[in-house]
Design a protein. Structure first.
Length: 309
């Protein structure tokens, strides 16, 4: 039986994410890598509005300016809606509109967040009755970060990043995020890492097949201690990303000189995240970076996962 969708539009939001630790395993025969990552959801979200339509289409725009954002034909958001329609035996289509606050190809998980929000919005629009576990299982087949975008909070991700274990977190971490004008694809970043490791194998040795998240990272998250986390956070993709985008090194140095506890490339880049002690320091560091001509904003972690708006 095909559910009958309501005539109203349904809105849902899902948070961006930060990988406070990202260990990448050796490239495998199929070209993929196992990872071990510590996720935290950020208190900034895109919002997806699902409206009844014939066929499947997607639009996106910046909510403040109204400027359109290009939508890739293979966007995860559309894939999520189509996968849910197949799973729920829904004959109707949907128009998905994204109010875009998260950067495109910036390493903050915007595409995965949109996919997670689309799953929730379309599930409600089409009157389906799937459990959260069923939605999470479907999410893992859409993209590695989509299950975490549904869950939110703090979690360890292994495998492709979709095998999640929740982490008890206390307190709030304060970040300054610096955006780059040009995105960087995840595939490009991982390929650059493989090449970097091959060039420097004599110095750094072969990569582990299955990396792990160090206990120091877990302790810092559980304690809510930014000083501990500043010492423990790490991203294996940082070195190759900085090699491809050397201008980011200057921004990293500028943020740390402005008072950040530590700076790091976010995910596959090219966004940068600076961990700071508190809200006051976040404001000071962001103002210093803006004065230098960079697009910077403050945000906290962790936050809740995808939800109906």
């Amino acid at each position: 039986m095909t559910p009958s969708p309501p005539s109203r539009a349904v809105r849902a939001s899902a948070p961006g994410k930060i990988n406070v630790f990202l260990g990448v395993g050796a490239v495998m025969e199929d070209g993929y890598h196992e990872i071990a990552t510590a996720y935290q959801s950020l208190a900034v979200s895109d919002t997806v509005t699902a409206s009844p339509a014939e066929g499947f289409r997607m639009t996106a725009a910046h909510p403040a300016s109204g400027a359109a954002v290009p939508v890739p034909a293979a966007a995860l958001t559309l894939r999520a809606a189509k996968a849910l329609a197949r799973r729920g035996r829904v004959a109707e289509g949907v128009h998905l509109h994204v109010d875009k606050l998260l950067p495109v190809s910036g390493g903050l998980g915007g595409g995965s967040a949109n996919a997670a929000a689309a799953l929730l919005a379309c599930h409600e629009l089409w009157g389906l009755d799937m459990s959260r576990e069923e939605l999470t299982s479907l999410a893992s087949r859409i993209g590695a970060d989509v299950p975490f975008a549904l869950r939110g909070g703090s979690a360890i991700g292994t495998g492709r990043g979709d095998q999640l274990s929740p982490v008890l977190a206390t307190g709030v971490f304060h970040w300054v995020i610096v955006l780059s004008g040009e995105g960087l694809s995840t595939v490009t970043a991982y390929r650059a890492l493989d090449e970097h490791r091959e060039r420097h194998v004599q110095d750094i040795g072969p990569a582990q097949r299955s990396p792990v998240v160090p206990v120091e990272v877990l302790h810092a998250i559980r304690a809510g201690d930014p000083y501990q986390l500043a010492e423990a956070m790490h991203n294996d993709l940082q070195a190759p990303v900085l090699r491809m985008r050397p201008e980011l090194t200057t921004v990293m140095e500028r943020g740390e000189l402005a008072g950040a506890l530590a700076g790091m490339v976010v995910g596959s880049g090219p966004s940068l995240a600076f961990l700071v002690a508190d809200a006051e320091h976040a404001h000071a560091v962001s103002e210093e970076l803006r004065a230098s001509g960079h697009e910077a904003y403050t945000v906290t972690s962790p936050s809740q996962g995808a939800r109906l708006a």
